[in-house]
Design a protein around this ligand. Structure first.
Ligand SMILES: [Zn+2]
Length: 246
């Protein structure tokens, strides 16, 4: 997540949480359910791909280094009930948007970071799940074999290989804002619907769509977009959700 700091600077803060917290607790601002682990520098535009990837993986490796040994050998932790227990840490999940997932998993852009489906032929997937990515197998594959599954090989390791039982491809999850609301709803479904309606009803159909959005009767927690629906330029998560409800 890119954050803007004072003095026109921006950076990527990396936050961490533990898996056994209730969602409501974790998300509450004052619960300290998320801690700031570190801040990644913003990498200048258009440097070599390998340089950006290497910087990212080396920085994350530094931040997570204590967990490499706690994952393998365990570490004594004083729990809330006062007892000390030996715990083995695991990287369970990683929340990121698609470009960050690409950097995290070192897959090629446009490829799926979880499985080996072919980017320009997703329809080939009807019914059968595509093979999940497997870092253990990838470590033994040649550059040509990796090429065929959209995976880069660089001369540095993915930070995740240093963590016990961590399959980084399984740790990533869909991101609701970018992938469902923006991706599936706005960039795919909405474009498809507009193209279809324009073809059926001619070029002025957008005015009719604006009209329909404006005619939505008032209802609790439902936004009325007025006559300007098609002219919204700044889309936020809230707007996507209101559009979906309408
Ligand atoms: Zn996939």
């Amino acid at each position: 997540m890119l954050s803007t700091l004072s003095g026109d600077k921006s950076a990527w803060p990396v936050y961490m949480s533990v898996g056994n917290l209730a969602k409501e607790k974790r998300r509450a601002v004052k619960s300290n359910g998320l801690i700031l682990l570190g801040i990644l520098p913003k990498i200048p535009k258009n440097p070599a791909r390998e340089t950006t990837r290497r910087t990212f993986h080396e920085a994350i490796r530094q931040m997570l280094r204590p967990f490499e040994s706690s994952g393998r050998e365990g570490v004594d932790i004083v729990c809330a009930d006062g007892y000390t227990r030996k715990i083995f840490s695991r990287i369970a999940t990683w929340i990121a948007d698609y470009p960050e997932m690409v950097t995290l998993t070192l897959v090629k852009s446009m490829w799926c970071p979880r499985c080996k489906c072919i980017p320009d032929n997703l329809s080939a997937l009807t019914g059968t799940p595509s093979t999940p990515r497997d870092p253990v197998r990838y470590a033994q594959m040649s550059v040509e074999e990796l090429e065929a599954v959209g995976q880069w090989r660089f001369d540095f390791d993915n930070f995740a290989v240093h963590h016990a039982h961590c399959n980084i491809y399984h740790a990533i999850n869909p991101d609701r804002l970018h992938q469902l609301l923006k991706g599936v709803l706005k960039d795919h479904t909405w474009k498809w619907v507009c193209a279809y309606l324009t073809q059926e009803h001619g070029p002025h159909v957008m005015e009719r769509i604006d009209q329909r959005f404006a005619e939505i009767p008032p209802f609790s927690d439902l936004k009325n977009f007025g006559h300007k629906f098609s002219q919204i330029s700044q889309w936020t998560g809230a707007e996507y959700k209101h559009m979906l409800k309408v």
